[in-house]
Ligand binder design. Structure first.
Ligand code: 13P
Length: 256
């Protein structure tokens, strides 16, 4: 069993809120959790809010993450945003391989792998998302799919780089559906993920890697998820766009 770590709670706003609402949220978060030593926390605003929100949260230990980047550092990719750009405005993390990117925008494992490498090359920490669909689970392919996503996504990533990233397990069938994986179900997959990392990089590194759970996380289920031994944090979608519910999740997680 891994040692419990300081919980890492990340809110993914997806394509929600206005700039004014986002800035207000960030100000409330700053005054509520600034210097809160029991927790690591951050938010993933849409690209066009990043600079304003980074300015609000500057120096208070709350991280800002981008929701995506392109794999190339610059070039003729109209409409895309690079790792260097989000780093320059103050982001510390970036979501890579989120299921909405994989399924709606058809991102492949090799593209995701290239993005992870680019992010690491500019000291931007990837939050690397993996997860099975309902069909995968019903066909008992969960472990096969997740092992593959990890293997392909982490291809060429060294042991030294693994601790620079966070892994997020988000079962696709639990995202935005109100269906949370049972805490034990999530814990089992987290343990499997840690096993795959152990096979590739050794136990010490695997134990120190953060693995977040995401998929219909709410204030009501945060405790039972966070008390699972293999769950190191939460990646929150819908419940992260209202300050009150996100803060309740943070408060709960800080206790476990
Ligand atoms: P929900 O919490 O809305 O299910 O979204 C989870 C998610 O996709 C976070 O990245």
């Amino acid at each position: 069993m891994t040692m419990k770590k300081k919980p890492f709670i990340l809110g993914n706003w997806k394509m929600n809120l206005t700039l004014v609402e986002g800035v207000e949220f960030a100000k409330s978060l700053r005054s509520a959790v600034c210097d809160e030593s029991g927790i690591i926390c951050g938010i993933c605003p849409p690209f066009v809010f990043l600079k304003d929100i980074c300015l609000v949260l500057e120096g208070c230990g709350i991280f800002v993450a981008a929701q995506n980047i392109h794999s190339e550092k610059n070039g003729a990719y109209t409409g895309e945003i690079s790792a260097t750009m989000v780093k320059e405005v103050g982001c510390a993390y970036v979501l890579i391989g989120h299921s909405e990117r994989r399924h709606i925008f058809h991102e492949t494992d090799s593209f995701i792998n290239a993005k992870i490498k680019t992010a690491l090359s500019v000291n931007l920490k990837p939050v690397f998302c993996v997860g099975e669909t309902l069909d995968d689970r019903e066909d008992e392919r969960t472990k096969y799919v997740i092992r593959n996503q990890l293997k392909e996504g982490l291809h060429g990533i060294s042991a030294g780089q693994i601790n620079e990233l966070v892994i997020a397990y988000e079962p696709v069938w639990a995202i935005g559906t109100g269906k949370t994986a049972l805490p034990e179900q999530a814990n089992e997959v987290h343990s499997f993920i840690r096993g795959v990392i152990t096979d590739g990089y050794g136990k010490e590194i695997a134990d120190s890697v953060y693995i977040q759970y995401g998929g219909s996380v709410k204030p009501e289920n945060a405790k039972e998820l966070m008390t699972q031994p293999e769950i190191d944090g939460l990646l929150v979608g819908g419940a992260s766009i209202k300050f009150e519910s996100f803060f309740k999740i943070i408060e709960t997680a800080a206790k476990y």
